[in-house]
Design a protein around this ligand. Structure first.
Ligand code: 9MJ
Length: 688
């Protein structure tokens, strides 16, 4: 036996390592791509460490596709250039943001193919246009060997080290994949990951990113892969680059859609929003449907992409200069635009919070005309250094309120004054104070401050509270300013004559408001409680309180310890509720509202065990139409239910929204009931 043999790994170690790699790949895929983890994190970590230990003993057996190799490289000085085997072309952009963009494309394709109006409709694939960075992933003999940015289309940058850290990207392919395969797609950052990253940056006193795209670009072009590994990136595949030898040893695809399905089966994330569409009308419908979902998606898109599905037709159509003739990007209205700051106002919220707001020259952004953008608080306004007259980038994406993301300093004229928060409430003149450790200034005027009164009334009248249809901010401004209304009960003392006398108030509208007020008197305890505007008592907490105590008086008189027994209530919330009802004027408001006829069915206290969802486990998947994931989770938990991350036989219900994906498939496979958002809400309300 030679010395070498003595040190050779025991054959079972090599086998064990291969097994561990396979198992870890399988579970990483379930976790990152399918979103259905079936292995507890601790067990994954244990297997990972076992593989690491074996690799430390046998460094010669470490393979580049080992899951331990996602993060590992040393910081670089610069990225190496990569000449693309097949140029990464850009696609032509249809800037027409009307439906006709799809019709123009279809008409052009039909003309190029010499089709007459009576010929059959063309099969297309319609895809979201992800707003990230295009990436070319090169696999040789099934192993990821290189990831490169698009660059100028001919030469990109080698960012392999950073791209390997993206859990969704397979490091290895099944044996039936071609010997050389380049997969193209978009690296992007989800909105929730972006918000969490910015929170983390702020907490660490580091610079925040202006949007998910910039954050993703920063991560991809990060020279230290250890830092890149901490930036949460995602990936969607949408095409191919070089595939050699051409169609040998791998599948031969007839269509783009078929090819995407194969990529999916090989472990690449392919969006559920990618659809087949026949002819122009289907493309027009797709543009509208995706446009309607845009705000609720978990990530930014800037349009949709239409592609001819047949690969034979794609070849026939070919390219014009550097763009394929068979694809077009159809943009949505931009989510970021430039405008100028006309003034910086300070608004007073319901709880007295002072918020600096940039008044903007009107600008069409994210599908709406924006004239105001929040600057959040004094520190944020200073950090961004927004000044009157500045040219700024305004962003409105998702359902978030419009925001000033940055100032174009080279466009600043002169030296406008730095923003400072007033030390007095701009509305009532009371002192404005900033408590230690808080970011916000608050007006100390309470209900003496007309701004706080107005906000309190609007809060009470909103749809999610007692709902007084037609009572909007303009009318509340008038009612408070002329002194007809000072407190909530005054609403129910409004007479027709007083209302009809208001400027721009027709008799019919006055009557409608009175009818709406009358209707709002029949409400529910959770709506009423929420409407009172007790600090920290949102809808979910109001529901939990109502369910727990049954009657308002029981809540009003409950000591803090009793409030703490409610599932959703912690010490801060309990104290806030107690403080609110300890104030005589708040109890008086409640009594007067009741005296005016505001009423709700009261119930018996419900012990925690009979909450509507107690004992039930829910799994959330996809994007729900109105509820955010955290919000849905809070509501389910407040109703006694549990929220789990993956579907199993123990799951009671899967709540599915757009892009539901594999959790939904799993639910169907196991026969688990699937709910939409409306059905979930019904259950939360105690129905079903
Ligand atoms: C994006 N950005 O989402 C393409 N893209 O196809 C999609 N980009 C593309 N397809 C060929 N969905 C070249 C670029």
């Amino acid at each position: 036996m030679s010395t070498l043999d003595l040190f050779a790994p025991a054959p079972d170690d090599a086998t064990l390592m291969a097994q561990l790699r396979r198992t870890l790949h399988e579970h990483a895929h379930r976790y990152y791509v399918l979103d259905v983890p079936t292995l507890p994190d601790a067990e994954y970590d244990r297997l990972f460490r076992e593989l690491q230990a074996l690799e430390a003993r046998h460094p010669e057996l470490v393979t580049p596709d080992s899951p331990t190799q996602r993060v590992g490289g040393k910081p670089l000085d610069q990225f190496a250039p990569v000449r693309h085997a097949v140029p990464m072309l850009s696609i032509r952009t249809e800037t027409d943001t009307e439906a006709s963009g799809a019709e123009n494309f279809d008409a052009r394709i039909r003309r190029e193919l010499g089709l007459s109006p009576t010929d059959a409709a063309i099969d297309y694939v319609a895809e979201p246009k992800f707003d990230g960075l295009a990436m070319n992933l090169r696999y040789e003999q099934g192993v990821l060997v290189q990831a490169a940015t698009r660059g100028d289309g001919e030469v990109g940058e080698d960012v392999t080290q950073n791209i390997r850290t993206i859990g969704q990207i397979p490091l290895g392919l099944p044996v039936d994949a071609p010997a050389v395969l380049e997969v193209r797609g978009e690296v992007y950052m989800r909105r929730d990951d972006f918000e969490a990253l910015n929170d983390k940056q702020r907490a660490a006193g580091q610079k925040t990113f202006v949007n998910p795209r910039n954050a993703a670009a920063g991560a991809v072009r990060q020279l230290d892969p250890a830092i890149a590994a901490q930036r949460p990136l995602s990936f969607y595949a949408y095409g191919l680059g070089a595939v050699t030898p051409p169609d040998v040893g791998g599948p031969v695809w007839q269509s783009h859609f078929e090819m995407l399905q194969t990529l999916k089966s090989w472990g690449f994330p392919v969006s559920e929003l990618v659809k087949c569409a026949q002819g122009a009308p289907a493309l027009v419908a797709y543009y509208a449907a995706i446009g309607a979902q845009r705000d609720g998606l978990g990530f930014d898109i800037d349009g949709v992409v239409y592609k001819v599905n047949s690969l034979a037709l794609q070849r026939q159509l070919g390219f014009v200069t550097r763009e394929p003739r068979w694809a077009v990007a159809h943009k949505f209205p931009a989510q970021e635009m430039l405008t100028t700051v006309l003034a910086i106002d300070v608004q007073v919220g319901r709880t007295g919070k002072l918020t600096p707001v940039a008044k903007l020259a009107p600008v069409f952004v994210g599908g709406v005309t924006v004239t105001n953008a929040t600057l959040h608080n004094e520190d944020e306004a200073r950090r961004k250094d927004v000044r009157v007259g500045d040219t700024v980038v305004v962003r409105r994406a998702g359902d978030v309120i419009p925001e000033v993301v940055s100032v174009l300093l080279d466009k600043r004229v002169g030296t406008p004054a730095v923003f400072t928060m007033p030390r007095q409430c701009p509305v009532c003149g009371s002192a404005a104070v900033r408590e230690e450790g808080e970011a916000d200034y608050r007006c100390t005027g309470g209900l003496f401050c007309s701004a706080q009164r107005k906000q309190a009334i609007l809060h009470f009248a909103q749809r999610r509270a007692v709902e007084v249809e037609g009572l909007g901010d303009k009318l509340v401004d008038q009612l408070v300013d002329v002194g007809i209304i000072n407190t909530l009960p005054d609403l129910y003392r409004l007479g027709f004559t007083a209302l009809a006398k208001l400027a721009r108030m027709a008799d019919k509208s006055a009557q409608n408001i009175l009818d709406a007020l009358e209707k709002s008197k029949q409400t529910t305890l959770p709506r009423f409680l929420f409407g009172l505007g007790i600090r920290h008592v949102g809808e979910a907490t109001a529901k939990a309180l109502a369910r727990h105590f049954g009657k308002l008086d029981a809540i009003m008189d409950a000591p803090e310890e009793a409030l703490l027994a409610v599932a959703d209530v912690g010490p801060i919330v309990a104290k806030s509720i107690r403080t609110f009802f300890d104030q005589a004027h708040n109890r008086e408001v409640v009594e007067q509202l009741r005296a005016c006829g505001v009423t709700w069915p009261e119930g018996e206290p419900a012990p925690v065990a009979v909450q509507p969802l107690s004992g039930q486990t829910f799994v959330l998947t996809g994007t729900l139409p109105t509820l955010g994931r955290e919000e849905a989770k809070a509501l389910i938990e407040a109703a006694g239910g549990k929220v789990a991350g993956s579907v199993s036989k123990k799951t009671s219900f899967v709540v599915a929204g757009v892009e539901a994906g594999s959790k939904l498939d799993k639910a169907r496979e196991l026969g688990v009931a699937v709910l939409d958002e409306d059905q979930l809400k019904e259950m939360l309300d105690g129905g079903a």
